[in-house]
Ligand binder design. Structure first.
Ligand code: CU
Length: 138
């Protein structure tokens, strides 16, 4: 019985830390259907998503430092680290970003058809970090 209680306490602590690491705030235009699709993908992948609708995405991107030329539709901020997720980046790649503290942000520029919230993945979705270097291919 004692062992069980300790195990349960450890499990609670572990899952609490997990949840806080995996929460992000996402800004998007209320008329963006694919943005909503991506938010759903993130939630299904275990992220807590605070969805914020805004009519001025250009101002959000400028404020958060999304580099020119790497813009997509929605912009996310990892709540614990401040790292930026621009566009239809797969949840697995967001996990990789969080694990790499020195990377400030990652983007799937434009609106790639082979990305979560857009269409089926085909192994050729390339994301780039905020210096423009390739970050992942899925
Ligand atoms: Cu989109």
């Amino acid at each position: 019985m004692k062992t069980y209680v300790i195990a349960a306490a450890l499990l609670t602590a572990a899952s609490g830390a997990y949840a806080s690491d995996k929460s992000l705030t996402v800004y998007f235009d209320p008329n963006c259907g694919c943005c909503t699709g991506w938010v759903q993908h993130m939630r299904e992948s275990g992220f807590a998503v605070n969805a914020v609708k805004t009519g001025d995405m250009a101002a959000v991107k400028q404020k958060l430092g999304v580099p020119a030329g790497l813009e997509s539709c929605h912009t996310g901020v990892i709540d614990t680290t401040g790292q930026i997720v621009e566009g239809h980046v797969p949840a697995s790649v967001v996990n990789k970003l969080i694990a790499r503290e020195t990377t400030t942000g990652v983007s799937a520029p434009g609106m790639p058809a082979n990305s979560p919230g857009m269409g089926p993945m085909d192994g050729n979705l390339v994301t780039v970090d905020f210096t423009g270097q390739p970050f992942s291919r899925d």
